[in-house]
Ligand binder design. Structure first.
Ligand code: C2E
Ligand code: MG
Ligand code: MG
Ligand code: MG
Length: 280
């Protein structure tokens, strides 16, 4: 693209690349320190069972309590970390944090599951299964089965033989697998049926527009029926209104997640929210 635009485009492109490299270097340096100093924190967003309005569990979403910039969301630093050694370091932190939370919850008698997001760099690396196994060392089966690993549908398409092997090993370790942002990739139905995932998450873009766009509604409906026919649990993300929730209940969707229920919250606040929500 830069080439087609001619010589000027070239130099602008190079300049931007140069600046973003410096910025990336700075973020990586800070991220390494942030891991050591405990500046990362997992915020939790509840997943609601639509049939009975119980909280099935939570999705853990990373936040960076940056000393100067304040609270940062993943979009502002994970892309710079991806494809570097820190992708796996962040991943190991996320896994360890989730296992610790689940063990704590089981001691308290809380039945919640916990979903985590992992970077493709880490998930597809040789270390990943060993990292997961190490983190789960000595954990009870109910802690293991309450841990849900989310991978993007687009990651699942990467190298299907390799990803299939990794996911099967995850399943053998007793954890669950979920396909995140489903509908945005190009999965064939054959690939879909062979992927060892227990859960499908419908991408927010379809859910957001399903009340105003008949095509999006049809896509949501189709993903729900595809998931059910293949005995996968189906979760809709990005529910912002009562009307969206009611539509999903009509369409037979099993679980929902979104600002309509709760934004991602610090762990204690999320647990308190769940208790109140289930007592209504
Ligand atoms: P995701 O896994 O699809 O997570 C859902 C994102 O949608 C979250 O953004 C969440 O805050 C947001 N969201 C939830 N409900 C609503 C809603 O009703 N409306 C709207 N507009 N947004 C909603 P967040 O926390 O900024 O995370 C963005 C993405 O970053 C995640 O998308 C996930 O792919 C990635 N991510 C988050 N945490 C981690 C992590 O610990 N590790 C890795 N590798 N990726 C992460
Ligand atoms: Mg996710
Ligand atoms: Mg998602
Ligand atoms: Mg997403």
């Amino acid at each position: 693209v830069a080439k087609d635009a001619g010589r000027n485009r070239y130099s602008i492109f190079d300049f931007e690349t140069h600046v973003s490299r410096i910025e990336q270097g700075r973020i990586l340096e800070q991220a390494a320190k942030a891991l050591d100093e405990g500046q990362f924190e997992m915020y939790l967003q509840p997943k609601i069972v639509l049939a009975n309005h119980r909280v099935e569990g939570f999705e853990a979403l990373i936040r960076w309590n940056h000393p100067e910039k304040g609270l940062l969301g993943p979009i502002s630093f994970l892309p710079q970390v991806e494809h570097t050694e820190y992708a796996a370091e962040v991943g190991r932190f996320v896994i360890a944090d989730a296992v610790a939370k689940l063990q704590h919850w089981k001691q308290l008698g809380l039945p919640y599951s916990l979903s985590i997001n992992l970077s493709p760099t880490h998930l597809l690396s040789d270390r990943f299964v060993a990292d997961l196994q190490a983190a789960l060392q000595g954990c009870d089966p109910d802690v293991r089965s309450s841990l849900i690993i989310e991978l993007l549908e687009t990651t699942a398409l990467n190298d299907s033989g390799r990803i299939m092997g990794i996911l099967l090993k995850c399943r053998n370790l007793g954890v669950q697998v979920s396909l995140d942002d489903f509908g945005t990739g190009y999965s064939s139905l054959d690939h879909f049926r062979r992927l060892p995932a227990q859960e499908i998450k419908i991408d927010r873009s379809f859910v957001s527009d399903m009340l105003t766009n008949a095509d999006d509604e049809m896509i949501v409906k189709s993903i729900i029926s595809l998931s059910k026919n293949f005995k996968r649990r189906v979760v809709a993300e990005g529910i912002e209104t009562q009307a969206m929730q009611d539509k999903l209940i009509d369409m037979g969707c099993e679980q929902a997640q979104g600002f309509f229920y709760s934004k991602p919250l610090p762990a204690d606040a999320a647990l308190a929210w769940a208790e109140t929500y289930q007592q209504r």
